[in-house]
Ligand binder design. Sequence first.
Ligand code: CA
Length: 230
Amino acid sequence: MDVTRVLVVEDEKRIADFISRGLESAGYQVATVHDGTSALEKIHEIEFDMIVLDLGLPDMDGLKVLEKIRNRKMSPSVLILSARGNVEDRVKGLEMGADDYLVKPFAFVEFLARVRALLRRGSTMPERFQVGDLALDALRRKVTRAGEPIDLAPKEFSILEYLMRHRGKALSRTMIVEHVWDMDYDGLTNIVDVYIRHLRSKIDDEYPVKLIHTVRGIGYMIDLPAELKS
Ligand code: CA
């Protein structure tokens, strides 16, 4: 399978780490740099599929980086992240060749949805997942179990999608919170238990085969029960 390479250009370490870890757990290969000069060096040595670009960099304006990326006739998608949210700034970024523009602060799910949307053409990321008779279509945001459509709230959907993308792997409450809620949701991991309860009532309770498993001391996992796995 091809890897999708993403370069994160962001000087605020906490945001950079948050984004890179999130993208990594969504299956992307991520490189991170904290200033414009390093960004241009990296872009020169590796071909990226996407650049996540902060505008307020310590050594140059992100728009300068964008300009140089475009001058080099390289063709990665560029998603601008910025605290500058007015229409003028957005238009300027898009006119200079950015593919999308996201204003800080943002929720990771929205960020990931934008990244996916930009990479969709020619993307090799799987967008349909199946565990037993449970199916999730990430593009159409549809879930069915035994062919029956199931209505999920957006956060429930995001948690289920995250579990299904990592089928068979135990995910901690912290990982789930960081993936599904915005970056300032520190310390509220109990909320995960509440949402898992909702999810179970919708996708597991009425069915004899339970797919969501509690992994003691870690968190949750989705998979067929061991005895049903071939
Ligand atoms: Ca910045």
